[in-house]
Write a protein that binds this ligand. Structure first.
Ligand SMILES: [Zn+2]
Length: 323
C-alpha cells in the first residue's frame, strides 16, 4: 500500500493518541520540494516526536511545509495544527463550520455548559465531575490555536501530492467535516467519515447540528454516489471496499436506531438508554462518546416523530418515551 501512496506523492504518518483508539493517521503530500500536511494530531509531546521523526524519515525541512489541511475540528486532527504552524510557518485551511467549532468548543464557557448537558442527560452527579474533568483535559490539547489562512468549501480543488482532489462536504461525524476525492484514481481522503474497522462516532454534545445522525447518513449516501477505489482514513487500515463499508455503516445505524427504540421502556433518560446500548464498562472518556452517540440516535428518532421528549427546559433530566 505504501508504494501505491508513494506513486501519488502521499505518505501516511501515524501519530499516537493516549486513548483506547491509540492512533490517528495524518498524511504528508509531496509537491516537488514543498510539502502539505493533512491533519495534525493532538497537541502533545508524543505528537511532536512523531512529526519530528517523519520530517527526518522523508528529509523534510520544516520551512518546506507550505500548507496544512484539516479534515475536521476534532482534537485528534486539529489539536497540533497551531504548533505545526509555529514550527513550519505553513498556512492552515479548514471549513468555515470547522473553524467555528475549533475555536469555540474547548473554551471555558463551553466546557462549563457541558455540566448542564450531562445533568440534562441524567448522569448521576458523582460522574459529572469526572466527565467535566476529562473535558477540561482537552483544553491544552488543542492549543495554541492556528491562524486560519483559507476556507475549505464544497467543490474546491486542491493539488495534494501528485493528484487533484475535490473537497466534499461530509458533515455528521463532525460539523463541517470535509473529505477529498480524486476522480482519476478514485482515491478518497476520508478523515473520519469512512473508517474500516471503527464505526465513526456520531455525537451530540449540545452544540452544532442537533441531528448529526441525519447529516451523517446523508453524507454516507453522498459518497455512495462516487466510485472509490482507495480510502485513506483517519484511523485504522487503508482499504479498498468502500461501497461495502458504506452499506455496512448504513445498516449499522438502522439496527442501532431500532435497538434504541426497543430499549425505551416507559420514560427514560439518555443516560439510561446509553446503559442499554453500551453494556461493557466504559472509561470516562468513552462515556462521553457513548452519551453523545446515544443523544444523536435519540434526536434522530425525535425528528422522525418516533419518540417524544419532555423536560427539555429547566434543570431536570430530559425524559424520552416512545410515541
Ligand atoms: Zn473525528
Amino acid at each position: 500500500m505504501e508504494s501505491v501512496l508513494k506513486k501519488y506523492g502521499l505518505y501516511q504518518v501515524t501519530v499516537p493518541l493516549p486513548f483506547r483508539l491509540n492512533h490517528v493517521h495524518c498524511y504528508l503530500a509531496r509537491e516537488g520540494e514543498g510539502w502539505q500536511i493533512i491533519d495534525a494530531g493532538l497537541n502533545e509531546s508524543k505528537t511532536k516526536e512523531a512529526w519530528a521523526k517523519a520530517f527526518i524519515d522523508y528529509q523534510i525541512k520544516s520551512a518546506n511545509v507550505k500548507n496544512i489541511v484539516l479534515t475536521h475540528y476534532h482534537p485528534d486532527h486539529f489539536g497540533f495544527a497551531g504548533s505545526l504552524q509555529e514550527w513550519t510557518g505553513a498556512t492552515v485551511q479548514m471549513s468555515q463550520s470547522g473553524q467555528v467549532h475549533a475555536f469555540s468548543v474547548w473554551t471555558e464557557d463551553n466546557l462549563a455548559k457541558n455540566r448542564r448537558l450531562y445533568r440534562k442527560a441524567g448522569f448521576p452527579e458523582s460522574m459529572i465531575d469526572a466527565l467535566s474533568a476529562d473535558d477540561h483535559s482537552f483544553y491544552n490539547r488543542v492549543r495554541p490555536f492556528p491562524s486560519i489562512n483559507g476556507e475549505i468549501a464544497e467543490g474546491q480543488w486542491y493539488r495534494i501530492g501528485e493528484l487533484d482532489f475535490q473537497a466534499i462536504h461530509t458533515p455528521g461525524h463532525a460539523d463541517g467535516h470535509m473529505c477529498f476525492y480524486n476522480h482519476e484514481e478514485k482515491v478518497l481522503i476520508a478523515g473520519d467519515h469512512l473508517l474500516k474497522k471503527i464505526t465513526p462516532n456520531v455525537s451530540c454534545h449540545g452544540y452544532g447540528d442537533e441531528n448529526p445522525l441525519a447529516a451523517y447518513l446523508q453524507s454516507l449516501k453522498k459518497i455512495q454516489g462516487l466510485q472509490i477505489k482507495l480510502v485513506l482514513p483517519g484511523h485504522g487500515p487503508i482499504f479498498t471496499d468502500a461501497a461495502e463499508r458504506i452499506n455496512e455503516l448504513l445498516q449499522h445505524h438502522e439496527e442501532r436506531l431500532a435497538f434504541v427504540l426497543e430499549s425505551i421502556k416507559g420514560e427514560m433518560t439518555a443516560w439510561e438508554v446509553s446503559n442499554a446500548l453500551f453494556t461493557r464498562v466504559l472509561s470516562v472518556h468513552e462515556q462521553r462518546f457513548a452519551i453523545g452517540e446515544t443523544l444523536s440516535h435519540l434526536n434522530y428518532l425525535v425528528a422522525e416523530g418516533k419518540i417524544a421528549r419532555s423536560n427539555v427546559d429547566g434543570e431536570d433530566p430530559v425524559l424520552y418515551r416512545v410515541l
